[in-house]
Design a binder for this molecule. Structure first.
Ligand code: COA
Length: 335
């Protein structure tokens, strides 16, 4: 098939992931909160999560994952670094320039993108746009979050769910018909529902609060659960239509790892078989913008995801935000 008119596609050329070494299992949480391993596993599918040690930050995690993605991609200049995160090291400036510097990429374009747990899919679309418009030839896209920094250690509704981590891909310019080319995107938001999942204080609207809990993530879990299932399934249908794929074409569904039940319900609503669902949440918890590249890296490493598989990526997060894309998995392994 002629590739005329197909140039300018963004193609996945490298993959990397990194989790901080400290593991906190459900038993440890159950020692100081009124919860149990049984409850957490049954309601979320989570058994343990990785948590940063004091002094370790989002930039540290992003650098580790970014370096591994660059190793995986091999030599070649990087023109831009996109960091999907909602836990930047400082409120201002964004953290992407510091990540770029630490990776030896001083001088390249670098910016943060905050779409919370949907951030990685949004950043893939943005990186693809930089490539399609000719602004960049190769882009490092990182999803990294220290979400535990937003969690009230006394809140049993959020502590068991979240963990820290980072994942990254290198995108290069290529053609739309080659393996690894990002397919169409479907991206959405619904800001009216921001309060379902937010940190009320510390930002420009409410710099300070006398209420300690305003500085931590407040989550209306049941409502978020309902929206996540419906939106992920709806967006997946849209993106499959745009790509000209049938549901039965999908070999692997790599969705945002928020709750194993959300992934299962979304897959069922779509008509995807349970074995197509990629899940590493048992060992990571919800790592926000890092979750999709972490799941990709784990799936490639354990052989669940292989070259040639048709992959559906689906994300949902605070904002609210959600989105999907598709690709055929290329011959790329984590660095
Ligand atoms: N341990 C034990 N019991 C807990 C608990 C915990 N950690 N957290 C809540 N409970 C209790 C509740 O108090 C409630 O008790 P009650 O029936 O006596 O009132 C009961 O468990 C059920 O709570 P509910 O909130 O209805 O449970 P749920 O089945 O909705 O599961 C979540 C809670 C948070 C796991 C689930 O709503 C969820 O995953 N939501 C989506 C969260 C998410 O994905 N956020 C990020 C989006 S990117």
């Amino acid at each position: 098939m002629s590739t005329q008119g197909l140039r300018g596609a963004a193609v996945v050329a490298g993959l990397g992931a990194w989790l901080p070494p400290r593991v906190v299992d459900n038993e440890e949480i159950s020692r100081y909160l009124d919860t149990s391993d049984e409850w957490i596993r049954a309601r979320t599918g989570i058994g343990e999560r990785h948590v940063v040690d004091p002094g370790m930050s989002t930039v540290d995690l992003a650098v580790e994952a970014g370096r591994r993605a660059l190793d995986s991609a091999g030599p070649g200049a990087i023109d831009a670094v996109l960091l999907a995160t909602s836990t930047a090291d400082q409120l201002c400036p964004g953290s992407a320039p510091q990540v770029a510097s630490r990776l030896g990429l001083n001088g390249v374009a670098a910016l943060d993108l905050n779409a919370v747990c949907s951030g990685f899919v949004y950043a893939l679309a943005t990186g693809g746009g930089l490539i399609a418009s000719g602004v960049a030839g190769r882009v490092l896209v990182i999803g990294a979050d220290v979400f535990t920094s937003l969690i009230d250690p006394q809140d049993r509704s959020t502590v068991p769910i979240f963990g820290d981590g980072a994942g990254a891909v290198v995108l290069r310019e290529g053609t739309a018909d080659e393996p690894g080319a990002l397919g169409p995107f479907d991206l959405h938001s619904e800001g009216e529902l921001a309060e379902l999942l937010w940190v009320a204080a510390g930002g420009a609207k409410q710099r300070t609060s006398e209420n300690r809990s305003d500085y931590f993530l407040a989550m209306q879990g049941t409502a978020v659960f309902r929206h996540a299932c419906a939106r992920m399934a709806e967006s997946a249908r849209t993106v499959l239509d745009k790509a000209g794929w049938q549901v039965c074409d999908v070999d692997r569904f790599v969705g945002h790892q928020a709750n194993i039940r959300i992934l299962q319900v979304a897959a069922k609503q779509l008509g995807l078989p349970p074995e197509s669902v990629v899940a590493n949440i048992e060992h990571t918890g919800n790592t926000s913008a890092a979750s999709i590249p972490l799941a990709l890296a784990d799936a490639v490493t354990d052989g669940t995801l292989v070259t040639g598989h048709k992959v559906l990526l689906g994300a949902f997060g605070a904002g609210l935000t959600w989105g999907s894309t598709v690709l055929t998995w290329p011959d790329v392994k984590p660095g």
